[in-house]
Design a protein around this ligand. Sequence first.
Ligand code: MG
Length: 159
Amino acid sequence: MNRVGFGFDSHRFADDRPLKLCGVPIEHDRGLSGHSDGDAPLHALIDAMLAASGMGDIGDYFPDTEKKWKNADSSWMLSEAMQIVLQAGWAPVNCDLTIVTEAPKLKPQRARMRERIADLLGLDSTSVSVKAKTAEGMGPIGAGEGLAAWAIVLMEEID
Ligand code: MG
């Protein structure tokens, strides 16, 4: 049996933090605020994987009240989520992410982001899609207040 899961996340930009997206450090004058490293695309992907596996959502496992996840590398959170879904009998088949931000331009980092996620999920990078778009100046994302990400994942039953 296969199941699909969907996730969304957004974080505000902050001046005093490094930017990391899909587990890849990105050169930019601002990073994302948040309890962890603020890696919104990975948080959306974690939510999508947990949802497809019937295992709840990111807040169930990585609450922002817990010191353990303060400034945590979200790659580590994705690895933990991977163990949770595998133990529940589900493995990812492919995933597709869309990041919406006015800056920086992400196309140069796209291959690295795909490879990093593929690595963390045990997939070929051809099974991982990362797309970047702008909001064309509309709304808070368009004004550069923050960044949003959507993720969809297909999971297959492994038991
Ligand atoms: Mg988040």
